[in-house]
Design a protein. Structure first.
Length: 241
């Protein structure tokens, strides 16, 4: 019985694997040097040196071209790293006016959680009506019970992406509590977001932030009611850098 033909190489799979410039460069080197290797195998002895030189030249040229292309990409700003301490330009377009962060997951009592969430809904209304922040990202929006928060499946990526596309960052931290909101505040700082911290018992470095970074403001507050009253009294002026 004749042997069955082996499956042809999966061209689509190969093409899908070439997803970076360095992989494309590697493929080019392999193809060209494979071709030169075939020629070398059938070449006359006096031509061997020439083919070896060609292999080395192809490798060097490919490496040089790769680095030139990557340098141009960096020069065009395709690769950017946020500079901590520099406020982000406010001329760009943002998906959200505000990223609102507060410590909710660390509240133990179901009753306390429900009360805090009710206050946060009131704060959202104040930000909308008193300050004109109509696009506020708040991970706990609409949640009525602690189990809703625990089961929400909130991801680091979702929160990080939301901070990136928000114009300002507001942290409500009226009492010391273990919470990821402190991590979110660090992300906002790295992105250069104008950030406003409402609370009293912040970690040491955060208490010094407004003395070092021009886009950080700290306002004293011992409850969410304090935050609401402060915003109602001062409105947009609280969030002016």
């Amino acid at each position: 019985m004749a042997e069955e033909k082996k499956d042809a190489p999966d061209r689509k799979g190969i093409l899908a694997a070439i997803d970076t410039p360095i992989r494309l460069a590697a493929l080019i080197v392999l193809v060209v040097e494979g071709f030169l290797g075939i020629l070398l195998a059938i070449a006359r002895p006096q031509d061997t040196t020439l083919y070896v030189i060609l292999m080395v030249v192809v490798l060097l040229v490919t490496i040089v071209l790769f680095f030139i292309l990557e340098a141009k990409k960096i020069g065009k700003g395709n690769i950017t790293v946020p500079e901590i301490g520099n406020v982000e330009s406010q001329q760009k377009e943002f998906k959200y006016d505000v990223f609102l962060a507060t410590a909710m997951a660390g509240i133990d009592s179901e009753d306390d959680f429900s009360k805090a969430m009710g206050k946060m809904e009131e704060l959202l209304t104040v930000l909308d009506n008193e300050c004109g922040f109509t696009r506020v990202y708040f991970a706990g929006r609409g949640m009525k019970a602690k189990k809703d928060f625990d089961n929400a499946g909130l991801s680091v990526k979702e929160d990080t992406d939301a901070i990136k596309v928000s114009r300002i960052f507001i942290l409500v931290y009226p009492q010391k509590i273990v919470s990821s909101v402190l991590y979110e505040a660090g992300i906002a700082l790295a992105y250069g977001k104008p950030s406003f911290y409402f609370g009293n018992d912040f970690p040491f470095l955060m208490t010094q932030a407004n003395n070092v970074f021009e886009h950080i403001r700290i306002y004293p507050a011992t409850s969410i009611d304090d935050v609401i009253n402060d915003i109602r009294k001062n409105k947009q002026t609280l969030f002016t850098i």
